[in-house]
Structures are given as structure tokens and as C-alpha cells.
Design a protein around this ligand. Structure first.
Ligand code: AMP
Ligand code: TRP
Length: 324
């Protein structure tokens, strides 16, 4: 399979991103051709993005991804705007995209509602996303649930192009992240996210004392009541524990919880210990990457590889539509 996926360079990676998306990216490298893209053109639709932050966030995210296990010798990791063919294909695809379809995108409608100035890039965002995928003739795209509508649109765009100009693009299928949906420790009814503020996520590179504070103050309950399910906060702590601690330990904690013999303080202290243990090699690799200072070269090499594929496909697309 040829896999393509993208992530916006905004802020830091947190445990939700890792277990919900990046871990799957890493695992898919086994046996597939993977292309992973830091989508800075998409990030530009964000009204709060400032230029210096953009420059810095791209390289920082790239190092985070490498530290998590993306291997630049196996996969292509690159920055979207280093391959300007993305915007060229975006325009061509826009001309086989239904305006009505774009007006029905729920992410657009949601974002348009939230802000005063709605830039046209936000409206065109899903066309650029289709271009990202189709530019590499990718057939599988690992995404979270919220991106399924955009992927469905990508298939419609591919179909319409193929119908008008002859078969060129495969219709990309989603690989729905079976990863865990991690909730905020401070408010376990909402997902772990940067949007709600620093109390609501744990960054992969965050200082240990800060992680400790967040874990210790995680919302729990008054203990399991007979006939009741676990509260969302405790379920979230167990979920995290399952992801980082040995299975028999988690089982033991579950049994103790059921019997009403588990102190949440112990659950939290143990979770913290295994979290730190789990994060430590990632953080160590991240430090090494930073020290080596080769990220620019790695991204340039990734862009060169991506561009080789992109150029061929653009050449073919231009010919099909009569631009060359
Ligand atoms: P975002 O930065 O929120 O756009 O997220 C980037 C990726 O991480 C997306 O693929 C999301 O599906 C995934 N993700 C973000 N937050 C969580 C979470 N709390 N639990 C699981 N996956 C998440
Ligand atoms: N829109 C995606 C998100 O917010 C990011 C993205 C851009 C993407 N281009 C893509 C994801 C292509 C998959 C394939 O998560």
C-alpha cells in the first residue's frame, strides 16, 4: 500500500496525538510505502499563526515525529510547501470539485462559525487535502474520525477527474485510527487537546514535574459505586495505564478497583512512573536530534524524494487536462 497522511505544524505533540495518530503512522512503516507530510499550507488557514512560530513549528514537529519513530530511511517525511506541486494540483482539482460539496464540509462550517474573518483558504482546505493525497497516487490514508468527510470528498474529486480526463487517481481509502481517544485529565468529558489550554493536555516533551502535577490533579470520583460504570476520569487513567504499563499490572489494578481497594493516589503515582518510563526514550531521541542539528537536511532530502513522485504526477495531470 502507498500510505499518505498529514499533520499541521501547530504547537506541541501530546499523548492524544501520539496514541490517536502518530503511533499508527510509525506502525504502518512496516511493509508499506509511507509518505508523511507536515502541512504548513494548511496551517496558514489558521488566523492565529504568526510567521516566526510557523518557521519554528515545522522543524520542531519534524523532530518530534522522528523521535516518535518515523524513520526517514524508510518513509518520506517532508514539509508541504517545499513541494509547490501541491498548490498546482490543488487548483486543477478545484476545477473538478463541486462548490456545493465544499459548502457542506462540517469542519468548514464549524470554523466559519467560530471566527469573524473567514479566509477563503479555510473553504478550499479540503481541496488542498485531496491534492496532498492524490499527488502521490496514495491509496490509503490513516486519519481520525473527524477527517472522514474530507476523505470522502477526496474520493469524489478523484472520481470526477478520472471520469472527465481518464483514469489517473486511485480513490483513497481511510485507515481509521483504531488508536485510543485520550481525554483531558482536567476535564475527562472533553478530548485531550491543545485548544482548551495547557491543563488539558500532556506534551510528549513536557517537563516531568509538570506532568506529575497534571496526573496527580486528574479528575476522578468518590470510588466505584455498585452497579455503576467507571467514571470518565478514572476510565481515562486506566486507558493511559493500559497503553504504557504491563498488562498484568493493569489487570491487578482493575481487580483492586472493582473490590473498592484501590487508592486513586496509587493509580496516579503508578501511571506517572510508567508514563515517564514510556516517554523517556522518545525524549532522549528528541534531544539527540536537536543536538545533531540535521533536521533541515533531513527535510530537504524528504522533499527531494517527494518531489520526484509529485513532478511525474503533475506532468501527467497537466497533459490530461490540456495544460501541456
Ligand atoms: P490535532 O492537532 O488536534 O489536529 O490532532 C492531530 C491528530 O491527532 C489527528 O489525527 C487526531 O485524530 C489525533 N488526536 C488529537 N487529539 C487526540 C486525542 N485526544 N485522542 C486521540 N487522538 C487525537
Ligand atoms: N486535515 C488534516 C487534519 O487536520 C491534515 C491533513 C492535511 C491531512 N492534508 C492531509 C491528513 C492529507 C491526511 C491526508 O488532521
Amino acid at each position: 500500500m502507498r500510505i499518505f497522511s498529514g499533520i499541521q505544524p501547530t504547537g506541541v505533540l501530546h499523548l492524544g496525538n501520539y496514541f490517536g495518530a502518530i503511533k499508527q503512522w510509525v506502525d504502518l512503516q512496516k511493509g508499506n510505502e509511507c509518505i508523511y507530510c507536515i502541512v504548513d499550507y494548511h496551517a496558514l488557514t489558521n488566523e492565529d499563526m504568526v510567521p516566526e512560530e510557523m518557521r519554528q513549528a515545522r522543524e520542531s514537529l519534524a523532530m518530534d515525529l522522528l523521535a516518535c519513530g518515523i524513520d526517514p530511511n524508510k518513509s518520506i517525511l517532508f514539509v508541504q510547501s517545499d513541494v509547490p506541486e501541491h498548490t498546482e494540483l490543488c487548483w486543477i482539482l478545484g476545477c473538478v470539485t463541486s462548490f456545493g460539496d465544499l459548502t457542506r464540509m462540517t469542519q468548514f462550517k464549524q470554523k466559519a462559525k467560530e471566527q469573524e474573518f473567514v479566509n477563503a483558504g479555510l473553504f478550499y482546505y479540503p481541496v488542498l487535502q485531496a491534492a496532498d493525497i492524490l499527488l502521490y497516487l496514495a491509496d490509503h490514508v490513516p486519519v481520525g474520525e473527524d477527517q472522514l468527510q474530507h476523505l470522502e470528498l477526496s474520493r469524489r474529486i478523484a472520481r470526477r477527474f478520472n471520469y472527465r480526463f481518464g483514469e489517473l487517481f486511485p480513490e483513497p481509502q481511510p485507515i481509521l485510527s483504531k488508536g485510543a481517544r485520550i481525554m483531558s485529565l482536567a476535564d475527562p468529558t472533553r478530548k485531550m487537546s491543545k485548544s482548551y489550554g495547557p491543563e488539558h493536555y500532556i506534551g510528549l516533551m513536557e517537563a516531568e514535574d509538570s506532568i506529575y502535577r497534571k496526573v496527580r490533579s486528574a479528575v476522578t470520583d468518590m470510588g466505584l459505586q455498585p452497579g455503576q460504570d467507571m467514571s470518565p476520569g478514572v476510565a481515562n487513567l486506566f486507558l493511559l495505564l493500559e497503553l504504557v504499563a504491563p498488562a498484568d499490572l493493569v489487570e491487578d489494578f482493575r481487580v483492586r478497583h472493582k473490590a473498592g481497594k484501590l487508592l486513586y493516589k496509587d493509580l496516579k503515582e503508578t501511571l506517572f512512573k510508567y508514563l515517564v518510563e514510556f516517554l523517556s526514550p522518545i525524549r532522549e531521541r528528541r534531544r539527540e536530534l536537536e543536538a545533531r542539528g540535521e533536521i533541515k537536511e533531513i527535510l530537504a532530502a524528504g522533499a527531494a524524494k517527494a518531489r520526484k513522485i509529485a513532478r511525474e504526477v503533475i506532468r501527467e495531470a497537466r497533459e490530461r487536462v490540456g495544460l501541456s
